[in-house]
Structures are given as structure tokens and as C-alpha cells.
Design a protein around this ligand. Sequence first.
Ligand SMILES: C[S@@+](CC[C@H](N)C(=O)[O-])C[C@H]1O[C@@H](n2cnc3c(N)ncnc32)[C@H](O)[C@@H]1O
Length: 397
Amino acid sequence: MTTTNTPADVEWEPHAGRLADELAAAGKLTDPRLAEAVRAVPRHAFVPSYHQQTADGSWAEQASVDDLAAVYANTALITALAPTGTGGTTVLSSSTQPGLMTRMIEALHLTDGARVLEVGTGTGYNAALLAHRLGEEQVYSIDVEAELVELARQRLAGLGYRPTLVAGDGAAGLPEHAPFDAIIATCAVPTIPWAWVEQVRPGGVILTDLKPAPGAGSLVRLTRTAADRAEGRFDATYAAFMDLRHTPGDNPAGFRVERDHGQAEHRTTSLDPNTPWTSLLVWFLASFDLGAEIAYGYTLPEGGGIPAYSDTAPTASWIATPDGSWAEITLAADNGQHEVAEGGPRRLWRLVEQAHRTWTDLGRPGWNAFGLTVTPDAHTVWFDQPDSDHAWRLARR
Ligand SMILES: C[S@@+](CC[C@H](N)C(=O)[O-])C[C@H]1O[C@@H](n2cnc3c(N)ncnc32)[C@H](O)[C@@H]1O
């Protein structure tokens, strides 16, 4: 294949071949025809440069040709940034880890002639892998960022691939091109858009990152089992994508809750204050009670910090919800006990502790012990089997 939009002197094929071998050795690439696509598609043509955060928090741009090995490594690369309303920088798009992409494409169980809709075109690399595997006429891809779609279109065309690319909100799917055999989303959704269920054929597959609340959820693979039902399990391996945005640019709403320790209740906890980051299934279960909107983070020391810590090391973790509830938990422990302060109408850390007990009582299961059933009226997360007694209704959003 000629790479008309890459410098002729760039020897990328050995790198692409090594990437395919590495993914195969790691069990992330088993389909020979997809392996052929990984060898044939130049990732650096879709990622001519990428952004890396430096130690001081600023961003530096790297040209891909300067270090091809880095571009053909099994890592995600940040490809589009945008300023936030609060003077910071946010990530608008990235090229997903290739091993995650190949694992996801394989999880669709595609056969020749299958028609696929990708939500989240980004660089177009994934669309190129799909187009190489299935044929360009079988592949549809949509991104909310029109500029990214245009760039992807040019890069794909430069390599001879012309899948159908659309700029728009992928939550609505592409009704004019439905039905699809599979819809694969490379962004995270709080609930499964019903349009996706309607636009996969009966027996078709929806694969997406379901995150009902920030950081809470993972990849789920649903089959349309009836006209009004899609059902399936979470993937065994945790994955996280950037959130779907209904409009271009940076648009998270955000909220702030003051943590007034004078008005708080104080107690201790044995639960690890890092739980929202380190015990992701507990965080997922907790989110059903905490609600869809959760802010959480680490507290940095004030005025030079606590002697035991460096000036920038955090001293506590915190969570908050828009009803004004908050909890702050010290990272330091005394005899395994961390101090907890909780304020506002709800005791949020108790909800996390309760979720931890639930998870422990269930035998500390992994992600694929849980599943999801979607109907027009409800999203139900279940443990073990769809008719399980252990089931949770998600609020529709
Ligand atoms: C991780 S990137 C996708 C990576 C891409 N598949 C690739 O191969 O480069 C996620 C993408 O989802 C897009 N996105 C976010 N909200 C969207 C929406 N409502 N509809 C379609 N795409 C959306 C972002 O603009 C971003 O490009």
C-alpha cells in the first residue's frame, strides 16, 4: 500500500509489524485479518504529532516521525487539546491504545460483509483498521468535532480508504444508514442511547464504555436480543474512554461544594481513601447511590503542607455531589483508621463503605460477573445473571 500522505523515506512497516506481533503475543490480536490490517495501516499517518504533558503540567507537541517506535507502541496518544472555560486545557481527542482497539474490534465478532458504525472517529486510525478488515463501504464513523472528521477524511483518502464519515452527535447514531451489525463507541456514555439499540439489527452488537458517573463503569458488550431489549456483560478488563459530548468543544457542566469542617460530622474509616481510583468496581457500585454527578479528587496541603508530606503531596481524598453533600478522608492512618469528615444532607463515604461491603459479600467479583439490560424504560445492572436478586436501576440520562 502506498502512503501518499507520509514522507516516502519513513520506514514505518517494520514498526507496524512489531506492533502486530506484540499485540498477538499479548493475546490482544488473534484474528489474522485484523493483524493484517494492523501491519498495513500506518498509525503515524493518522497521528502525525501528539501532545505530552510535562512535569510542570504544560503540554508539549511531539512529531511522530521523530520517534516512530513511540507511535507504534501499545499506548494511547493525545491528539487534540482545547482550552477550558476556567483557563485550563482539556483533551478533545486521542488515538486509543491499539491493543484496546483490536480487542474491541475482535469482541464485535465481525464476519465478512458486516456493517459497522463507529462513534468517535478521532484520528481515523480505527476507521482505517475497520475499513481494511471489512472494506470501506461497510464502515461508517461519526465524530462531534467537524475538524477532526475532515482531517480523518483526508488521511483515510490519502491511503485509499473512503468509509462514510459524518460530523455530528453520535448519540443519535446514523439512522439513514441503519441497520448496522455492530456499533462500537470509542467514547464513554452515561447510559446507552436508545437510538443505538434501534439501529443495530436483531442479534447485532453494541460495544461501548458505560460510565453512569465519573470514573464509574467500564466496557460493556450488548447484543440486541429483541426489538425492545439489548443485554450483555461487562468486559473482564477495565477500560476508560473520554466522555461523549453532545456538542463540540469542552462542555462539562461542573459544580463546586464548599467543605466546611466546622459543620461536619467526624468519625473514622478503615476503607482505603483511594477507593474511587483503586477499587473501580466498588466505585461503580457506589455510584448507583451517589448519583450521576460526582466530583472527587485529592486535597493538597495548605500553606506549605504537613511535615510528613512534600509540599505537593495530597493529604486527603474528597467526594462531593450537587446536593451539597461532601466527604473528606485523610490519607494518613492511625492503626488502620483514617479520619472522615462528612457534611451536607447525605453521608457520602458511608455509601462508598456500603458499596464495598456489597462487593465483598458478593465474593469480590470482577467486571465480567456484572451485566446490563437495556429496554426503552430502564437500564438495569445485574450481578451474575439478568434475573439476579442483585440488580440496580440506573437513572436514564
Ligand atoms: C478516544 S477518541 C476516538 C479515537 C478514535 N477511534 C481513533 O481511532 O483515533 C474519542 C472521540 O470521541 C469523540 N466524541 C465525543 N463526543 C462525541 C459524540 N457525541 N459523537 C461522536 N463522537 C464524539 C471525540 O471528539 C473524540 O474524537
